[in-house]
Design a protein around this ligand. Sequence first.
Ligand code: FAD
Length: 421
Amino acid sequence: MKIAVIGAGAAGLAALRHCISGTYGHQVVCYEKTDQIGGTWVYREQTGFDRYGLPIHTSMYKSLRANLPKEVMGYPDFLIPEGPVSYLTRTQILDFLNIYCDHFKLRPYIRLLHHVELVEPVTGDRKWSVKVRDLQNDAIVIESFDAVMVCNGHYFKPKIPNIPGQNVFTGKQIHSHDYRVPDFFNGKKVVVMGAGPSGMDLSLEISKNANRVILSHHLTETIDTVFPENVVQKGDVVELTEREAVFADGTKEQVDVVFYCTGYKYSFPFLAESCGVRVDSNMVTHLWKHLVSIENSTLALIGLPFYVCAFSMFDLQVRFVLRYWHGEKQFPARADMLRSEAEEAARRAERGLQKKHFHMMGPEQEHYYSDLANVAGITPLLPVLTKLHNESSMRFLKDLVHFREDRYKIIDDYNFVELSR
Ligand code: FAD
């Protein structure tokens, strides 16, 4: 088969590695629109648009240290080597991705500075037409493929809620996608909106520079973690006035900056409508197992689930897809795949989850991983990964200030130990 991989982040690299492996040995081209591999782990000072007029992809900030221990951040057959700390810096993760890329000799297959503009199904010898702009030469290239793996990430298109008064507020408004260094917040009063991993981490980070940080979220209970004294928690911001944020409980605070840590939208701007992929309130359909397009099963979207052991899951998803594309497994009937997706949506809705939570795994990840492995008959991920992921996520919530001092060691397929700090 001739396969296109879109994006050379952690997911695209896993896709390439398996597509070219001895088992399959497909013909592969990986298109990457930036000048480097690594995706969101590549730190760039620049925000807004790059020199080619494309939106900056990365959301990485300068001081970032991973919020998961390295023991769960490697690939199943290429672990992050042991070392004195568990929580690595962004540079160490990027270095690891480069080592992975070199170890599996992936670079010859990657076309840097190639921006995929359009992917559409066609009739003919091959099923897909991929239109790419070679940015350096400002030339359009159109190539045909039998299958496409979309690995374009999902932390690049900011989601900003509509709040009455946004247009009259005279302070600054910034999304975490454009955050790089804390100096911007020196002496400021800031309302941070959203208490996901970014909102929590960034409240802590900017609290060293800001005068006061109000972490605003719609959780019904106060987050039980130890924040510095200048960080307080409040409910939702329901309105902005010229200088103030008005909260759900009717209180008001004068603020200089509204900092949106409100997440991202899934976006596949290059997929033609005929690809059959839709995004509705951040739920991507119609996909079998959050992964394979039901309309066109030679199109796979790698990496959609979140709150996961990302790199390992990418690897598992790619191995899953290749079993089918290679003919070792047959896809179920279209109606069965649609039914399976609808049943999962119904189960999640019953539990009170919204559409935007459709791809959220967290406690469900173990079930997802073992389902993929069982259904395709491929090597499963080790149970210890989910166990350690869950444990470290709990520590993150409990002790935001110190959790990165924890150190872990995996001792067998099921168990890890905590090493002394
Ligand atoms: P990306 O890394 O986003 O890579 C996508 C690639 O596709 C990019 O290189 C992009 O340039 C390219 N691309 C996009 N569109 C096109 C196009 N049209 N044509 C050609 N190329 C294109 N995960 C963890 O496991 N631990 C953490 O601690 C952690 N911290 C994070 C902190 C931040 C601030 C963010 C934003 C994410 C964090 N993540 C973390 C999640 C992280 O996104 C994943 O770990 C993983 O790196 C995602 O890989 P990806 O390949 O799916 O996407």
